[in-house]
Design a protein around this ligand. Structure first.
Ligand code: NAD
Length: 349
């Protein structure tokens, strides 16, 4: 049966890298996938007056999976907050119930020199961070007030309910079950009540996953361990705030931002897949963007939302062989264009 893919290219290099991933998918899957494209971000603001038009949301809802490029344009910075390109991502997460963010961080051995870590440490990175997306301090009551002493005070309330924690814990356990069967839950249970509940609920859920080894780590220690010995982690599960910070940290340990894919899933494994990088306005339109993060996001899409794990493996193997052949875009220290890198991956397939 043909699967419907919504393509939301967005701004800057978004259209370039999404076109590259589409080329790889068509090369591999032929007519098994049908693509439909809609505007999002600043491009949608220009065409429709808002960053997430109703037609785009509708297409995303109807599709079996969504492949997203990036949003952001310097001209958008002057707009009211609700019209800024970046609002499109928050809107998609909210309307589609995308609560679980999966970010693999794996270092291809050939790129060990691109990591911020020593090559012998970096070479061991092969982990997935599972981050909760719809709760935590970002979504609690927030505001500005005046203290009794007449001083300004900002506040943001951190909270999680047990169902939110159980749902993301299950994603963590399932992800670990499909990999190395080790899950590390990261919290700050020594000082935060929210984290104490988090830890209690993760332990409760672990009863359903006797085959997965569960450990716990405080977030400050986790930040240190990620640079000291990232090879010790298989799957990490954590809340929205800690995951936001740790996933960027892990990414840079694994090399160029142009290499790293991500998935945001709903409760039925339907998902939005995107590179972790932004719209890179500094290189947009010059054919210099590294398309591999988006091509690897497409592989995640095949694996998690479309049940095509063998095809996902083939894409990942083709990317590894392309890098082993020495093909490099500028961010990896080479001279290959977006088109040349994409053609090389198709050739390897
Ligand atoms: P960025 O990720 O766009 O770029 C950071 C640096 O990395 C730039 O020098 C860029 O040229 C380079 N880079 C990024 N992706 C690359 C690729 N595929 N190949 C080669 N080089 C690459 O981050 P930024 O500059 O902080 O943000 C630019 C815009 O993107 C902003 O408007 C920001 O809000 C937006 N943004 C969007 C997303 C998203 O859509 N999910 C994520 C992050 C930033």
């Amino acid at each position: 049966m043909t699967k419907r893919i919504a393509l939301l290219p967005g701004d800057g290099i978004g259209p370039e890298v999404v076109a590259a991933a589409r080329q790889v998918l068509e090369h591999l899957c032929g007519d098994a996938l049908a693509f439909e494209t809609a505007a999002v971000g600043y491009a949608a603001y220009e065409s429709d007056g808002e960053p997430l038009p109703a037609a785009t949301l509708d297409l995303a809802r109807r599709a079996d999976a969504i492949l997203f490029g990036a949003v952001g344009n310097p001209r958008g910075d002057a707009l009211a907050r609700n019209l800024r390109p970046e609002q499109a991502i928050l809107g998609l997460r909210k309307h589609l119930g995308l609560f679980a963010n999966l970010r693999p961080a794996k270092l291809y051995p050939e790129l060990a020199d691109a990591s911020a870590l020593r090559p012998d440490v970096a070479r061991r990175i092969d982990l997935v961070i599972v981050r909760e997306l719809n709760g935590d301090v970002y979504f609690g009551e927030k505001g500005m007030r005046t203290t009794a002493a007449g001083r300004r005070e900002g506040y943001d309330i951190m909270s999680y309910d047990e169902d939110q924690v159980a749902a993301i814990a299950r994603v963590g356990f399932e992800t670990a079950r499909a990999r190395g069967k080790r899950l590390c839950s990261i919290d700050k249970a020594n000082v935060l009540e929210t984290s104490q509940l988090w830890r209690d609920v993760v332990i409760e859920v672990s009863a359903d996953y006797p085959d997965v080894t569960l450990s716990h780590m405080l977030v400050d220690n986790a930040a240190m361990q990620l640079v000291r010995d990232p090879g010790q982690f298989d799957v990490i599960v954590t809340g929205n705030l800690f995951g936001d910070i740790l996933s960027d940290q892990a990414s840079m340990c694994a090399g160029s931002i142009g290499m790293l894919p991500s998935a945001s899933l709903d409760a039925d494994q339907k998902g939005l897949y995107e590179p972790i990088h932004g719209s890179a306005p500094d290189i947009a339109g010059r054919g210099k963007a590294n398309p591999l993060a988006t091509i690897l996001s497409a592989a995640m899409m095949l694996r998690y939302s479309l049940g095509l794990a063998a095809e996902a493996d083939r894409i990942e193997a083709a990317v590894a062989r392309t890098l082993a052949d020495g093909v490099r875009t500028a961010d990896l220290g080479g001279e290959a264009s977006t088109a040349e890198m994409t053609a090389a991956v198709c050739e390897q397939l």
